[in-house]
Design a protein around this ligand. Sequence first.
Ligand code: GLN
Length: 472
Amino acid sequence: MRTYETFRKEREAGRRRCVEELEHFLQQIQSQQHLNAFITVADPEQLRQQAEQADERFERGTARPLEGLIVAVKDNISTQGIRTTCASKILENFVPVYDATAVQRLKTAGAIVIGKTNLDEFAMGSSNENSAFGAVRNPHNEAYVPGGSSGGSAVAVAAEMCHVALGSDTGGSVRQPAAFCGVIGLKPTYGRISRFGLVAFASSLDQIGILAASLNDTAAVLDVISGYDPHDSTSAPLEPTATFPVESRMPARVAVLDEQALAQCEEQVRQRYAAIVEQLQRAGVQCTPVAFPASDALVATYYIIATAEASSNLARYDGIRYGLRAEGEDIITATRSAGFGMEVKRRIMLGTYVLSSGYYDAYYRKALKARRFFAEWYEKIFADNDLFLLPTSPVPPFRLGERLQDPIAMYLADLFTISANLAAIPAINLPAGTTADRLPIGIQLQVPKFQEKVLFQYARWLLQQFADVDAA
Ligand code: GLN
């Protein structure tokens, strides 16, 4: 993997050029097309011009904060003039007329958008198999899934097709593919990054996130794209973060999973987690086991709220205003039947059901209450701890097709990521070793709202410890 930070130092020293860096990434995309990480690659000639202009700025001494950073953007984030499909037939030929705020801020800082990455249709999934453009493959072993829904973004970083990538995280879609592909994946606090231009899945949970090869690159991008945006009424009225460069800080008190919660993890994930906790204790950290909410309560709460909001958000694809229009007596039904894939249809039906009169109180209202309960549960944890450490996924990467026939098994893979979205707190995945088959395993750090700066610092310290876990 290549970091922007290293490239920038080399570029400033005159040893590397943006045009060469771009060619390298284009070449990587070309030679690894079978991974299916991209839905659309930007026009190479335009990209070359942009890279030349970036080189000129370096030479003139007018380089901007992210000059020449090559970024891949998940295809549910709006890019002016580049089609944005959400990996759905219903938006197959949709070309937006504006950039998402995050994209626009990246461009203003000098970044170059190399293309749009594959995802589960409308970001619904955990394996990147629900794409109308075909499944994405894990670069560590092509028989395995890369995780989802930001699978294309995770692969683009892991297989060296860009410096960094944007994803979106509604219930783990940045952190879980980051874990499966062995890269860093940040889901910031809800409201930290504007959602303007992010195609809505579940608006009260959605957040744009960052996938990268290093903490410093993640931090540098967050500092550029965060901050209040008048176009998004849910964006927090705060200045952009100032998290770069990331220093190391040792947490004093860390909440860890208790035995019962750990029992829900696959053996290799459990062992890796236990080894890391042991290492923290040796380093002098006070680790306190906490009980994790029952999986049926947590996963049910998430899937009720997420599907309810999705059924409402997706009502706009009616074949009339934009996107696909199918022929038929009833345009709306014909368009939605032809345009949406299986999983999206399942979610619209589930969501419509839990919102319908008679079931609203039994399901939706109850889920909102449970959501408040989980937020309070976190408050108690953070009253006594600096940080909550947990696996990113209870299972390592699984084989393509393995969970497709069993949606419940697929949903359960989100066990450890969805609570951060329900509680609106920031969380990050760090690569933390591999299975016996050399497939990546991730670990997750969570802190209270708006504490991204210290989250990065603990992450830096933890990454230093992992080397010791391997040595032990
Ligand atoms: N896997 C979860 C789902 O399918 C999360 C998806 C996401 O974060 N976008 O809903």
